[in-house]
Design a binder for this molecule. Structure first.
Ligand code: VGL
Ligand code: ZN
Length: 196
């Protein structure tokens, strides 16, 4: 079994664990709420290791281009400041964590946490070399964030036991996993990850 030790120059990137992406929300990701506990364990583990904690959030203006109301693929979701845009109430977001708001431009879709945000700058500033990605959705924002991370020169790990996908269209989760593997992303989960 692979063994990976979390170190201070690592970052945990928790993607879009927001109310609208949970069952009952505007754009539900099946089982999205099931990974909250595991993500909290990762938050604890990375925090103890002195790593950087990042939480991204989808943060759309009310007239975002991705909404069906504008001919996009998705129902309106994660509108800035709305209850649906808040983090899952059970998610542990420590006060020292970096919160990255994305897809804020009404006329541009941005699935990646790196796209049009300060994320790369913030990680570089801290000397981060490795990013560990979890959250939702595997086939959209998680994938885009992981692939951008590779392009930007980070070593990227996908935390397989702490992601869920929408799988729209069917097969997109499997395809996303293949794309990430092809790009060099390493897929790991709890038994492989050690904090000391
Ligand atoms: C996402 C669809 C639309 C995601 C965001 O967080 O994966 N998916 N907006
Ligand atoms: Zn969105």
């Amino acid at each position: 079994m692979a063994r990976v030790r979390v170190r201070p120059f690592d970052a945990l990137v928790v993607v879009d664990m927001q109310v609208d992406f949970m069952p009952g929300g505007a754009l539900p990701v099946p089982g999205g709420d099931e990974i909250v506990g595991r993500i909290n364990e990762y938050v604890e583990l990375f925090s103890r290791a002195g790593a950087t904690l990042v939480f991204t959030r989808d943060w759309h203006p009310p007239n975002h281009i991705s909404f069906k109301t504008r001919g996009g693929p998705w129902p309106p979701h994660c509108v800035q400041g709305s209850p649906g845009a808040s983090f899952h109430p059970g998610l542990r977001v420590p006060r020292e964590a970096i919160v990255i708001s994305k897809a804020t431009d009404p006329d541009r879709e941005a699935y990646s946490g790196f796209e049009g945000t300060e994320l790369d700058t913030e990680l570089r500033k801290r000397g981060i070399r490795r990013v560990f990605v979890c959250g939702v959705a595997t086939d959209y924002c998680v994938k885009a964030t992981a692939l951008d991370g590779v392009r930007l020169g980070y070593q990227v790990f996908l935390l397989a036991d702490a992601v869920r996908g929408v799988n729209i269209p069917p097969g997109s989760v499997q395809k996303a996993v293949d794309e990430m593997l092809d790009a060099g992303v390493v897929i790991v989960e709890i038994p492989s990850i050690l904090s000391f």
